[in-house]
Ligand binder design. Structure first.
Ligand SMILES: [Zn+2]
Length: 149
C-alpha cells in the first residue's frame, strides 16, 4: 500500500490536474450557458469571463499539481538512488567473493574515455538481461539480479 509512494504522488498530481481542468471547463460552460439563457446568445463580457475562468482554472490546477508532481519525482529519484546504491554494493560484494583472479587493467582506450568523462566510466548500456530484458552495463541485472549477457 505504501510502496512506490513517488509514483502514486505523480499519478495523484495528474488526476488532480485533470479534475481541475474538467472543473474549469464545466465552470466556463455554465457561465456561457447562463449568459446564453439570459441574452439569447453569448454576450461579450460573459464570453471573456468564461474564457478567463477556463484559462486561470487550468493554469492554477496545473501549477498546483506541478509542485506535487515534483515531490513525487523527488521521492522516486531518492528511491532509485538508494535502490541502485544497494544493488551496487551487493554486486561489489558478490564480485569480491566470487572472483579469485585479479581484474585485468583497463585498456588504453578505456582509460582515455574514462579521463574524458571526468573520472566516471561511460554509461554503455550494452548488456541485456536474459530474464526481464533490462538493458544495462552492470554485471548483474539491476531489476531482477540475473547475470547479464
Ligand atoms: Zn532482469
Amino acid at each position: 500500500m505504501f510502496d512506490n509512494v513517488g509514483g502514486k504522488i505523480k499519478v495523484l498530481a495528474k488526476v488532480l490536474t485533470g479534475i481541475g481542468i474538467v472543473a474549469s471547463i464545466i465552470s466556463a460552460i455554465s457561465i456561457w450557458s447562463q449568459a446564453g439563457a439570459r441574452y439569447a446568445g453569448p454576450s461579450g463580457p460573459y464570453i471573456w469571463t468564461g474564457l478567463l475562468v477556463l484559462i486561470l482554472g487550468c493554469l492554477s490546477s496545473w501549477l498546483g499539481s506541478l509542485a506535487l508532481y515534483g515531490l513525487g519525482q523527488m521521492i522516486e529519484n531518492t528511491d532509485n538512488i538508494s535502490y541502485y546504491a544497494t544493488r551496487t554494493y551487493e554486486m561489489a560484494r558478490l564480485q569480491n567473493n566470487g572472483d579469485s583472479k585479479p581484474k585485468s587493467a583497463p585498456t588504453p582506450a578505456a582509460q582515455k574515455s574514462l579521463a574524458q568523462a571526468g573520472g566516471n566510466p561511460p554509461a554503455h548500456k550494452s548488456k541485456t538481461c536474459p530474464k526481464c530484458g533490462e538493458i544495462a552495463s552492470a554485471m548483474y541485472c539491476p531489476i531482477c539480479g540475473t547475470r547479464m549477457e
